[in-house]
Design a protein around this ligand. Sequence first.
Ligand SMILES: [Zn+2]
Length: 100
Amino acid sequence: MPRYQCIQFGQCVKADASEVIEIPAGAESKCPQCGQKLEEVNGGGKFPVPPKIVLIAVPAVLVLGGVIWFFLSGEPKPSGPQAVESALTDVWPWLKTSPK
Ligand SMILES: [Zn+2]
């Protein structure tokens, strides 16, 4: 059922009391006290994002970020001494068999 509030503040006791008035769908949204048009109430002051989703999403993002960081930092990097060594042995193959 749609919920309404009277906005005739200072003129209507229902507006001053912030009273929520339920009007059946299809019926005219008029204040039963003062007969003025009512303002529809949307959600009644709820958060834009339900807190339950935030409680699930925030740890999930943190865990996912941790996993990505673990794999990125754990992977052997292609650049470095090994890349230099393979580049050298491409030019001088005898370096491969030489003892270190
Ligand atoms: Zn009213």
